[in-house]
Design a protein around this ligand. Structure first.
Ligand code: FES
Length: 157
């Protein structure tokens, strides 16, 4: 569901770079479109169909297949909490609950101010730092309920 009208003007500019072959460049078109809007609203996907003749079902298939694409607005920062075994054993659940409490969201949700999107992920490969989470591209390890409080505050401004 989309609450307010979305400016579709940038879509024409994005697709115009791929006029020689829209179909083969669909992923690149969708990536640039998502960079522009922060996610892929339905009206924008319809506009891509209108301009390129690539069927909406094909676009939707690609968007739902690749996890890099999202159909819902995302927060400015992505928090990814590791749900792997090592992190689980070292108390990530407690840390996760603290983050959820601070942000008033649960897994997969975005805060009302669009500052954060919270996700849980499988082992992110730094088990020696367990429990671990990432904020955007930055790793934070040996987390405690106190340290996550400081991290969330740091990114809240
Ligand atoms: S289990 Fe969390 S980083 Fe490997």
């Amino acid at each position: 569901m989309e609450d307010k009208p979305i400016d579709l003007t940038p879509v024409a500019g994005i697709v115009s770079a791929y006029v020689h072959d829209y179909e083969s460049n669909l992923i690149a078109i969708l990536q640039q479109t998502q960079d522009e809007y922060g996610y892929l609203p339905k009206s924008v996907m319809k506009e891509i169909t209108k301009l390129t003749d690539v069927p909406l079902t094909r676009i939707f298939g690609v968007v739902t297949f690749y996890s890099q694409f999202t159909l819902t607005p995302r927060g400015k920062h992505a928090i990814k909490i590791c749900n792997g075994t090592a992190c689980h054993v070292r108390g990530v659940d407690e840390v996760k609950e603290k983050v959820k409490e601070h942000l008033s969201v649960t897994e997969g949700e975005t805060t009302a101010d669009f500052q954060f999107t919270l996700e849980t992920v499988a082992c992110i490969g730094t088990c020696f730092l367990a429990p671990v989470m990432m904020v955007d591209d930055r790793y934070f390890g040996k987390l405690t309920t106190d340290s996550v409080t400081d991290i969330v505050k740091e990114y809240s401004n």
